[in-house]
Write a protein that binds this ligand. Structure first.
Ligand code: SAM
Length: 416
């Protein structure tokens, strides 16, 4: 009988690259987003080999791509992310918007914006003038006030996600990096401000995966550190894990927290799931709490061979990689514990470069899999096309820009 590995290998060359896929019609872009149709195809194939899957967990859910694919196949979904904006986006994508009310709500929203324009108190927060031009602050404040007048929470959350996208686009931060970095003054001065029209267009486009959801499946989303949150899950309670974990570059390249902080300072926090508000006090706080963000690691607590994986990396940089390995090992142990025997863990992984040396994250995962009784069943190597990654990453003296990852590995492990 054909195995899952045979099936996945039977597609034509480069099938898994999904070269034709473009992210134009996504609700909002999120750093390192998965390729949606690729995940959907993969889950469909897995379900063909195991029709008894009833739930799916993504412990690093981001904007929810893997869970949306799972929910479309009728699975109960569990998602965790340290970033409150990620959970908001995932919730909106998974819960959808109610078809019977949405058009009317959009019409009302436009009326409120017209009504409030020019007579709304501007929002204030520390350094707001650094990150937004005065006229933009005034318009965004108007939009915020109009959104607050929407009564339906599901629709309001949808509006907040479109607003988050607008806030980032019209802020003074550069669009070429996920890090917060102010544009040149000349560019700020000459930037067109059509943020109200842009926001209305985003809202009206209805780029949602569900306009009305079928309510048979359960959606469970948690804001927080998956290492902690997973401890509340029972042993062997999950049928399928599908995730793309962070690669440990949350302070340098893929700064999910810095990417999200400006929208989070604008959105009404009462409409988000509960989270520790001190995360908003510093721009780096979310990234610091993320996997690999804490540097006070006791190396002796890492009980897996890793020294060969960081050979050749300078001591200073190695410290960060070790703290990443330390956190990731704990997260992996929890993922392995909650997964049922005979069930699969699907990890989309990249090997980033540190000190211009590849850090073989795929090998670390193989070792962890072996330690926790999982066997590699199949692997897909794909060229990264639509993944939101800056093409150039760090600047190293004398070497110029270093190309970022161009390949990723989808590892499918099965728990014995
Ligand atoms: C590669 S992204 C996931 C992207 C997602 N697959 C998508 O399609 O949008 C990794 C995510 O892990 C989250 N993360 C990092 N450390 C975490 C932790 N300790 N607990 C929970 N989430 C964490 C980041 O905030 C980020 O959203």
């Amino acid at each position: 009988m054909e195995t899952l590995a045979d099936k996945l290998n039977s597609y034509e060359n480069n099938y898994w690259d999904f070269t034709e896929y473009r992210e134009k019609k996504v609700l909002i872009k999120y750093p390192a987003m998965m390729v949606a149709p690729m995940q959907e195809q993969l889950l469909q194939d897995i379900l063909q080999y195991d029709p008894y899957i009833t739930n799916i967990l993504d412990p690093f859910v981001g904007s929810g791509t893997a869970l949306v694919a799972g929910a479309k196949l009728g699975l109960d979904v569990y998602g965790i992310d340290i970033n409150p904006l990620a959970i908001l986006i995932s919730r909106v994508r998974l819960e959808g918007v109610p078809i019977e009310d949405i058009r009317e709500s959009i019409a009302q929203l436009k009326t409120y914006i017209t009504l409030f324009l020019g007579n709304t108190n501007p929002i204030e927060f520390t350094n707001i003038q650094k990150w937004f031009r005065k006229d933009v602050i005034s318009d965004l404040s108007t939009i915020k006030r109009a959104i607050q007048h929407e009564n339906n929470i599901q629709i309001r959350r949808y509006f907040w996600v479109c607003f988050a996208d607008t806030v980032r686009k019209y802020s003074n931060t550069r669009s070429t990096t996920f890090k917060l970095h102010v544009k040149e003054q000349e560019k700020i001065k000459t930037m067109d401000n059509d943020c109200i029209q842009y926001f209305i267009n985003r809202v009206s486009a209805l780029y949602v995966d569900y306009v009305k959801r079928n309510d048979d499946t359960n959606i469970s989303l948690y804001t927080g550190d998956s290492i902690d949150i997973l401890t509340s899950f029972n042993d062997s309670s999950i049928d399928l894990i599908c995730t793309s974990p962070p690669y440990g570059d949350n302070h340098t390249t893929v700064t999910y927290g810095q990417y999200s902080i400006l929208p989070l300072l604008w959105i009404d926090l009462d409409d988000l799931d509960y989270f520790d508000k001190t995360l908003l006090e510093k721009f780096t706080a979310i990234d610091r709490m993320s996997i690999g963000g804490r540097y006070n690691t006791d190396k002796s607590d890492i009980d897996i061979e890793y020294k060969d994986l960081i050979a050749g990396i300078s001591d200073q940089k190695a410290k960060k990689v070790i703290s990443f390995i330390y956190d990731y090992c704990r997260a992996f142990a929890e993922m392995a514990r909650v997964l049922k025997s005979g069930k699969r863990m699907v990890l989309t992984l990249g090997n980033r470069r540190v000190d211009n040396k590849e850090f073989p994250f795929d090998i670390l995962n193989d070792r962890l899999a072996q330690k926790y009784g999982l066997r590699e069943e199949a692997m897909i190597t794909r060229n990264i096309q639509g993944k939101r990654m800056p093409s150039k990453v760090s600047h190293i003296p004398n070497l110029g820009s270093v190309k970022s990852m161009s390949k990723e590995y989808v590892k499918i492990y099965k728990k014995l």
